[in-house]
Design a protein around this ligand. Structure first.
Ligand code: F0G
Length: 439
């Protein structure tokens, strides 16, 4: 073999200290379990699942340092030292001034929506997320999708499918007036588009535009480190910047953020709201007491805040994020080799299989993505998640939303599964694919 052909592999910047044993099931057991769950992978019991790709939320493996931090929990009702540690880490890592902890991301969304949205307001955003949009609606607002058209096309290879279409935003501003638009809801690594990033150039342009019109930018920073990785890899001028620097720059173009720390920040529970505006902070701090808990714990134990503070530091480490996204890309490439139709380019937190293309004979009102998720579980015990008509929820009149994308999400928990697990997943999906396409 010629030496120059040898691949330069990435590998995990950690080794395994403790393992969690899994239950292995037979095909007959899986069939029984699936029927009992009404063919809905959400309703399966965890012990019926071999490899669980339902979500990357709260499913991370914590490090030895985070576990050590759990022992340093200061369980005071008010003013826990872990709160001040977390506050300092949030300020230093993300640059936001004021922190309100919450039990998870949606707790922060609830409070932020209540503080910023008035009845009849319009909230433009780069694609919806279920809980985010619902809290905007419950607060009296109406969500309007302003993501670029490429995001709705699973085959477009555009490198920044999370970008905001500023013309779409401008049309909303002209139609409703800037006064009715309290903020733009901007997510990094757009979950429902397949974990697709927004570019720094687009963010800068968004900042300039919103500044002119007096509109805030609120950042759903649930997967900001993964977005930063794609900026480093794909955007001119960022190759030599660290993930930490890129993350901080992203946050600098926004006025505040909601965070589900159960993803990027490597904890099993936790979230927060962080803002730069004192008045917004004051109101949020008063509301958090009603919905979550006192403003220095927000529904979390001291030990949870400590694990989060340490997890945030680990999440912006270059080697960590390279291995994290590297594993997702490894799985995606395997799927591409097997001709499985996946959303391109490969996103940061999982692989999204295009169910409309995979099962073209099933119309959307018969739930193709849900069907495919059931099929894969039956084959191998791998649990995936429907991200299509079922996830999109229903309108007030009970009729379905029909999103353009009808996907099955293979979400990869952080630091949990091995490369051999990735092989099993790709092979099982390929088998389901072959079954469907053989005469
Ligand atoms: N924003 C995004 C982009 C999310 O992906 C999630 C959760 C939330 C907000 C809400 O945060 O769960 O802590 O309340 N996403 C999970 C998922 C549930 O599986 O994608 P939370």
């Amino acid at each position: 073999m010629h030496m120059k052909n040898i691949r330069h592999s990435w590998a995990e910047p950690y080794k395994i200290k403790m393992v969690e044993l899994l239950t292995m099931t037979t095909a007959a057991q899986r069939k029984k379990a699936l029927v009992a769950a009404g063919y809905n992978t959400f309703l399966l019991k965890s012990e019926q699942v071999y490899i669980d790709l339902l979500t990357d939320s709260g499913t991370s493996a914590m490090s030895d340092r985070q576990w050590a931090g759990m022992m340093l929990g200061d369980e005071a009702y008010a003013g826990s030292r872990n709160f001040y540690h977390l506050e300092e880490v949030v300020q230093q890592t993300y640059g936001y001034k004021y922190l309100v902890p919450t039990h998870q991301g949606r707790g922060a969304e609830n409070i932020l929506s209540k503080v910023l949205i008035k009845k009849g307001d319009i909230i433009p955003g780069n694609m919806y997320f279920t809980t985010t949009r619902l809290h905007q609606e419950l607060a009296g607002g109406k969500f309007e999708d302003v993501i670029i058209d490429e995001a709705h096309n699973p085959e477009s290879e555009f490198p920044f499918k999370g970008n905001i279409d500023l013309d779409k935003l401008d049309r909303l501003v002209k139609k409703y007036g800037a006064k009715r638009i309290p903020y733009v809801s901007m997510a990094t690594s757009v979950n429902m588009a397949g974990g697709q990033p927004i570019s720094m150039a687009n963010l800068k342009a968004l900042r300039a535009y919103t500044k002119r019109h007096g509109i805030k930018v609120i950042h759903d920073m649930t997967r900001v480190a993964e977005n930063a990785y794609f900026i480093k890899e794909r955007e001119k001028g960022y190759k030599d910047k660290s993930i930490r620097q890129i993350v901080k720059e992203i946050c600098s173009y926004t006025d505040g953020a909601t965070m589900s720390a159960k993803k990027d920040a490597l904890v099993n529970i936790g979230g927060f709201l962080a803002v730069n505006d004192w008045d917004v902070f004051e109101e949020a701090r008063n509301l958090v007491v009603v919905y979550e808990g006192l403003h220095t714990y927000g529904g979390l134990a001291g030990r949870d805040m400590e694990a989060m503070a340490i997890g945030i530091g680990e999440s912006v480490d270059d080697d960590h994020i390279r291995a994290r996204v590297g594993q997702v890309i490894y799985l995606g490439q395997k799927m591409i080799e097997y001709d499985i139709p996946i959303v391109r380019p490969i996103g940061g937190h999982g692989i999204f299989v295009d169910a409309k293309k995979f099962l073209p004979h099933i119309p959307q009102e018969q739930y193709p993505a849900q069907t495919l998720a059931a099929e894969i579980y039956l084959d191998s015990g791998v649990r995936t998640m429907e991200r299509g008509v079922v996830s999109a929820g229903r309108k007030a009149d009970g009729s379905n939303y029909y999103p353009k994308l009808e996907l099955v999400r293979f979400t990869i928990p952080r630091r949990v599964y091995t490369q051999a697990h990735m092989d099993v997943i790709a092979e099982s999906t390929a088998r389901a694919h072959l079954t469907k396409h053989s005469p």
